[in-house]
Design a binder for this molecule. Structure first.
Ligand code: DP6
Length: 404
């Protein structure tokens, strides 16, 4: 926390970062649009912030005229309902703490306006869901500025459903809850990121031309029109959640991988069952699905799993011992156009050679330019405070620094 004197006015500033998460049991469909209450529970892996994160600085000062927000260098509309929900809820919790006489609550943020500045360390154009990391980071940073502690997933959930799972590291479930007020619709850590160090994640960034239907409106249409979605939420997900938690506890990769692929496929089936139908997968996505099944079949073992969200990018889960070969397979089938050295970002993966036997077994023709790059990562921790003041995204004038 930084207190600086700016023309005689106190400025309180906090910077935090928060992770992206990728669901293995998908959230799709709300029972309450306003509070963002889901029709089924879900489970995700929090990805490491070294590769994918949002960083947010919140400043508050008596001199600020109004609440303002800048996202990736551009000022955005703060009156947006979901931003307002998060601001209102954190301020309410801060007021409650103060009236409960708890601790030395920094009351500054209560009466003062805030300036918020947020950036991603990955290109927005990559089409990676940034709303989860974004809202998790916003809520976490606001809570630190205003001296709020404790359960915060209930607040970040109201920014974006999937954001509640980014409040924890490792393996996280979002329990759907039963209550109408959403007080029991919370995220909970199933296992920390240290639980399964061999688990690796590859994000295959697919070169897409068009922006697909957003998840908020997509799932709304699905709830209204898909009977498959209702069946999924009522009869499939509850048992799957139990099995998935069990697989994670036991580090049973086969069970984890098969459930992950089946759940991704069922989610995309509900999209097709939506009327009019929604298509998130493209030709490249389907080639990746085929490739994974052929690879696993060749070894008569489930070594690799895929999952897809509301876009064509594939997220691959595998174990350490298979990463080198599988990345080589991807490079072989999706040869980078130019600049091969830039194709793999993140945790380094050594090149290897593929046996003719494996290439034969996969039996697919290479397709140029299908995948623009791979982000190699793993499970990681939840949100954190960034202590180094030079990392603040806002200057002492409360405005974004040049770089933000
Ligand atoms: C396919 O959390 O983006 O990624 O709650 O409307 O903001 P809103 O939707 P959002 O939906 C994520 C959908 C998903 C599956 C998942 O992350 O569980």
């Amino acid at each position: 926390i930084k207190m600086s004197e700016d023309s005689g006015k106190k400025l309180t500033m906090v910077t935090c970062s928060a992770p992206v998460n990728i669901a293995v049991i998908k959230y799709w469909g709300k029972r309450d649009e306003e509070l963002i209450l889901p029709i089924n529970s879900s489970l995700s892996v929090t990805l490491h912030q070294d590769q994918l994160k949002t960083t947010t600085t919140v400043a508050c000062s008596r001199s600020f005229q109004e609440d303002r927000i800048w996202l990736n260098g551009k000022e955005e509309d703060i009156t947006q309902p979901r931003l307002q929900s998060c601001l209102r809820e954190i301020r309410r919790l801060a007021r409650k703490r103060r009236s409960d006489g708890e601790a030395d609550v920094d009351t500054a943020g209560l009466s003062h306006k805030v300036h918020i500045c947020s950036v991603n360390n990955f290109p927005t154009a990559a089409g990676l869901a940034s709303s989860a990391a974004g809202y998790a980071c916003l809520v976490y940073t606001l809570s630190r500025v205003m001296g709020v502690e404790g359960e915060l997933s209930e607040v970040s959930r109201q920014g974006s459903g999937s954001a509640c799972r980014s409040m924890y590291g490792g393996f996280v479930q979002w329990i759907m809850g039963q209550q109408g007020d959403g007080k029991d619709s919370l995220a909970q850590q199933v296992e920390p990121e240290t639980h399964w160090p061999e688990l690796r994640v590859l994000v295959l960034v697919v070169s897409a031309e068009r922006k697909p239907v957003g998840s908020t409106s997509g799932m709304q249409t699905s709830v209204e029109t898909s009977s498959l979605l209702k069946h999924r939420a009522d009869s499939v997900v509850p048992a799957r959640m139990k099995e998935m938690i069990e697989a994670v506890h036991k580090r049973d990769f086969t069970a984890f991988a098969e459930l992950t692929m089946k759940d991704s496929n069922q989610f995309h089936a509900t999209c097709l069952d939506t009327y009019p139908p929604i298509f998130y997968l493209n030709d490249v996505s389907r080639r990746v699905i085929n490739l994974v099944h052929r690879y696993n079949h060749h070894y008569r073992e489930t070594k690799v799993a895929y999952t897809f969200d509301a876009g064509p990018n594939a997220v691959i889960y595998t174990l350490q011992q298979n990463v080198e070969e599988f990345v080589q397979v991807v490079k072989h089938l999706f040869p980078p156009e130019t600049n091969g050295g830039q194709f793999l970002k993140g945790v380094p993966v050594a090149p290897t050679t593929l046996s003719e036997e494996l290439k034969q077994a996969i039996g697919m023709e290479p397709m140029v330019k299908g995948i623009s790059y791979i982000i190699s990562t793993k499970a990681g921790p939840g949100p954190r405070v960034v202590e180094d003041p030079s990392e603040h995204l806002l200057g002492s004038d409360g405005l974004p620094k040049e770089s933000a």
